[in-house]
Every structure is written in C-alpha cells, then in structure tokens.
Design a protein around this ligand. Sequence first.
Ligand code: ADP
Length: 327
Amino acid sequence: MQKKVTKIGVLTSGGDAPGMNACIRAVVRTGLYHDLEVFGIIRGYSGMIEDDIIPMNSRSVANIIQRGGTILKTARCPEFMTPEGRKKAYNNLKKRGINGLIIIGGDGSFRGAQIFSHEYDIPCIGIPGTIDKDIAGTDFTIGFDTAVNTAIDAIDKIRDTADAHDRLFIIEVMGRDAGYIALHSGISTGAEHILIPERKTDMESLLRSLHEKEKRQKLVNLVVVAEGDDFGGGNEVAKTIKERMPNVDMRVVILGHIQRGGSPTCLDRLLASRMGYSAVECLIEGRNNVMVGIMNNKMHYTPLDNAVKAKQKISDEWMKIVKILAS
Ligand code: ADP
C-alpha cells in the first residue's frame, strides 16, 4: 500500500522554458488547496543534493504567472547521475519528510527522475517543460509555443529587411535534437527551406532550388535551420552556399537565447496550469513514475520510462507542405 503524500517538493531542471513559473504556481497552489506542505527545490537536482530547499506558500508564487525563466532556478547537475549524489538528495528530502516529487524539465531530467523513483520510495511525477517539444506522450511541452512565437516575430522582421535588399537569409533557431521550432516557425513565416535534425539535409537539392529561384527572380529567400541539423547549423549551411554561389547576397542570423526568454503565451500558461494541477492530483492518487501530458486536449499519463525513450515523429506531410507552399 502506497503511503499517503503529505509533503511535496517541486523543482525545475535542465534547460529553462517560458511557462515554468506558471507551472510552479499551479503546483504550489494545488498542493496547498489539498493541505499538503510544499517545498521549492532550488537549481534542480543540485538543490536536492546541496539541501537548498525552501518552504513555499501561496504568496511565494504571487505575480509570477506572466514571468519567463524560473523563480526556482535551474541547473544541470552531473552529481545526480551518480548513486552517491542521489543518496545525498534522498537523505535531504527524507529528513524534511518530503514524500512526493514533481520535476518540471526535459527528457534528461525525466531520466534522472526515473532512476531516482526506482531506487527510492519517493514517487516522482514529470511535467514536460522544454522549448524543444521533443517528448512523446504530449502534444505540446511548456515553453514551445512561446519560443516558436518569439522566433516567428524575429523572422517576420528579418523578412522585411530581406525583401528591401533582395537578400538571402539563413536563420538558425534552437533545437539540438529536434526540429519542431524550425518546422513550426518556418512554415508560419513562409520560409523557402527548413532544415531539421530529423531529416538528412540534401545540400545539392537546396542549391538547385536556390539557383532556380534566382532565375525566376524569386528574391526573398528565407532558410530556417535548426541548430542541431546534421549539416552543422546556420554558419555551415551559409559557408557551403557561399562557396557554390559566390555572388549571392546573404546574411546569417543566429536567434539564440532570446527564444528561451519572455512572457509565456496563453497556450503555455494554460498548459503549465493544467499540468501543474494534474501532477499534484497524480501524487494524491498514488501514481508514481509518470509524466503528465495533454493529448487531444485531454490529460494523458505516460510512464516516465516510455517518455524518455520515445520521441515525437515528424510526418512527411509536413515536409510536403513546406515544399508546396514555398514554391
Ligand atoms: P533536460 O531535462 O532539459 O533534457 P539535461 O539533459 O541537461 O536537461 O538533464 C538535466 C539533469 O537531469 C542533468 O543535469 C542531471 O542532473 C539529470 N540527469 C540527466 N540524465 C540522467 C541520468 N541518466 N541519470 C541521472 N540523472 C540524470
């Protein structure tokens, strides 16, 4: 028989994502509603190991729903990958009586949670907080919508100047292993080409298409490249184009960390609120080792073991749409 959850800890771990604060708020207030004690763990798994853990009340999460970043801070913590590190973390939770854990983070953070919940008697619930949207078992992850809208805003501005000068722009967006930001922002801004890690980049075909568009005098050309594209990112793509088309008027823009910041969109605030609420309910119901997601607008629970293994797949139809609409 599972023990009743009375004291819960919440942490944000790995890469930060807009909407994490809205999620912390939802966890804290739902926990308090159910008369649980809620603790905030600072800097992800590092705070668990270093005993940087603070009690949270309703006021601790006032005025944060609209703020990017995370009030709990986040970190990457190599020590948590060792059994000794996890033991220290467990002892710190145990001495406070924390008997439920909510981890807001990406697949790396879930891998940590999965191992921890197998080793120790503290149930763990994961909430997908990552701008990359590279997690199976949920249609969206917290932060993706904000990041993609930030990218769209920037690319629209680039299109204005590209149009004024008839220039080719290579725009690199975030996405180490996943091309969702590139794909969604590229389609939404009418980019001619979108290069993503999930598809092998065919540079010859890209060059042929640029030549052909040059002949037709289609002069605004936007190429959106995910940072993790197999060709090596925006600078590498531009270098090869310049070698093969020396007269092309081209600029490279790396959007970088602006995609991580800013006030979360309505969608991200809603996801964060629903998932935060649901994660607390999961702990109360006695669930363990699951990720809370939303699919087809309904709550969906995936064992953490599956969430870290499976990736969302990009369908060929999306790539076809890119090609047809950019002609
Ligand atoms: P994200 O959660 O954004 O994917 P990371 O991959 O950096 O970010 O993972 C965040 C943290 O999760 C790591 O710094 C580490 O503390 C923990 N973690 C990741 N993989 C493991 C693992 N295999 N075992 C234990 N902890 C892990």
